[in-house]
Design a protein around this ligand. Structure first.
Ligand code: MG
Ligand code: MG
Length: 254
């Protein structure tokens, strides 16, 4: 699973140089698919539930499950990319949100807080805690402290031989509630956080989830193993963030 998840991080990083104004999002999808296949793995999302692409690319008010298209990225776009791979029978799953060019400070802050909230959740993914502790940590940070809207309709999940396994990992919940976290459980933790209201709707394409108020949304995801004392993060943003440093068209976030 570590191999699958490291490959997801590298596939993201392979796409990063091409996240520039004017690129069609189908081009990003083609790059990711070629990279994954060149490394002896399969795209994890392609064909899953009929989804036709390697990447979910969700721009601005699109929250998740956006489809690559002829749309050309432009300055100021907030681009969430979610990628999965299947290698040696196991799935990897990780997402990152990018800012193309100059971006509104309040939107940059949304991305930073969403990413921080992912790590707040991961801190709780240890033996002895309960699932609700992860959910609460994310919700508390995003909603109570930063007054954003945490999406309720979509959740994180267990991951392994299937892309989506139990348990569901909501980004909202009560401290001390839910099942006890067991050593070795692998979870995809993935806060989806809106600048405005928490409510979302699905577009008529049957996939794309958008914010109800049209305000932007951010999404960061790691696949992690529950361990004693400290979770083991299987996926990585290291390759992504090194690639971002070399792409002058992208705004760096903390
Ligand atoms: Mg994902
Ligand atoms: Mg996921």
């Amino acid at each position: 699973m570590r191999h699958s998840n490291q490959l997801v991080g590298k596939a993201h990083a392979a796409v990063v140089p091409f996240i520039v104004p004017g690129v069609k999002t189908t081009k990003l999808d083609e790059i990711a698919e070629a990279f994954i296949r060149d490394h002896g793995a399969e795209p994890g999302f392609k064909g899953y539930g009929g989804f036709p692409y390697t990447l979910c690319i969700s721009i601005n008010d699109h929250v998740v499950h956006g489809m690559p298209s002829e749309y050309e990225l432009k300055e100021g776009d907030v681009v969430s990319i979610d990628c999965g791979v299947l290698a040696n029978g196991f799935y990897g799953d990780s997402a990152y949100t990018y800012c193309v060019g100059e971006i509104e400070p309040e939107v940059k802050k949304l991305l930073e807080v969403t990413k921080e909230s992912l790590y707040k959740g991961i801190e709780q993914a240890v033996v002895g805690r309960r699932l609700g502790d992860i959910s609460f940590a994310i919700q508390h940070y995003c909603e109570r402290i930063h007054k954003y809207g945490v999406v309720r309709d979509l959740v994180g999940h267990g991951v392994g031989r299937s892309l989506h396994e139990g348990p569901e990992v909501p980004n909202f919940g009560k401290r001390g509630k839910g099942p006890k976290l067991q050593d070795g459980l692998v979870l995809a933790i993935e806060p989806m956080v809106n600048l405005g209201r928490k409510e979302v709707r699905r577009l008529s394409d049957g996939w794309t989830i958008v914010t109800i108020d049209g305000k932007p949304s951010a999404h960061f995801e790691h696949s992690v193993v529950v361990r004693k004392g400290k979770a083991d993060i299987l996926s990585t943003f290291e390759f992504i963030e090194n690639a971002i440093k070399n792409n002058k068209e992208l705004t760096k976030i903390a």
